[in-house]
Design a protein around this ligand. Sequence first.
Ligand code: FAD
Length: 326
Amino acid sequence: MANILAFIETSASGEPHESAAELLGAAAQLGTPTAVVVVTPGTGGHLGERLGVLGAEHVVIAESDQVGALLTSPETTGLAVAVEALDPVAVLVSHSLQGREVAARLAVRITAGICIDAVAVHTADGRIVAVHSVFGGAYSTESAADTAERTPAVVTLRQGAVTDRAPAATPKVTVVAVPNDDGPAAIIDSVDETPADATRPELRRAAKVVSGGRGLGSKDNFALVEDLADALGAAVGASRAAVDAGYVTPQAQVGQTGMTVSPQLYVALGISGAIQHRAGMQTATTIVAINKDEDAPIFDIADFGIVGDVFTVVPQFIEALEARKR
Ligand code: FAD
């Protein structure tokens, strides 16, 4: 079977990012899932086992002295080295901030076609086809790289969109040295870590999200959204109108100019359902909307809708959830 490379990002502590399971799951649908991880020399010893559990049949640990010193350049070079050695038909990269930059740089370096923000991948007529959810999720489109040379398709995958997982494997592990990159690169002077909210799941990857909109009316009232999120064990999201009104921080914004989420459950409270908001949540498995306007567009995509005042309905909702826990 053809090699499919999955570029694995790691956390500050050196563990594979959660998108690793999705990338390897997607890679397994196309060919032999091969994980490529670029690390500081001597720090990747645990990654073969970790990535094998997630389905990697081959793990390439590309060691570079420049990791952490240059922005995305060593990762791109490490991935390019793996492409050269393994001749893959596709390179899958998370559609994260780092992933997008690495994918774009790699595509330029190896003169490959790039398909961005895919929600699924498959093969057709021997070609890698990426599926995209566009116009706020109203349409699905497909794209394929069409290059003259036999180069792999580079595909960035939307985080949370791929639910298939690869079976665990006992991978072959290869350690390669990445040559230093003397081309143009942004230098990392310092890194400030922002402590994550340990009390709630991370919004982008949460299985459940409760979002609030302008209908909440004030920052104080927005606590109702947080209360329901905590009762459900969900992350907190928001519409842009709620963010612009200062009810919640911009990091919570879901939508076209905010975060794209794909949870199992998305609860929209006092959100009208503008196309720009839907663009960020329409791929949720189950959508529940509570809005006092029965004609609100959010009901067009909701699986369950409650026409009512959030200040009446949500406290009852929380009470019912708490009662079930007792
Ligand atoms: P509104 O549209 O004002 O809706 C409030 C809703 O609350 C109404 O439906 C009302 O019936 C309901 N309501 C009021 N009181 C109650 C109550 N007590 N109980 C129940 N329901 C109540 N928006 C985003 O969300 N994310 C984006 O990323 C984004 N990007 C954008 C990018 C561009 C270029 C542009 C032009 C716009 C963007 N927007 C985005 C803004 C978007 O167009 C909408 O303005 C915004 O989503 C509206 O937010 P909302 O639904 O909270 O507010």
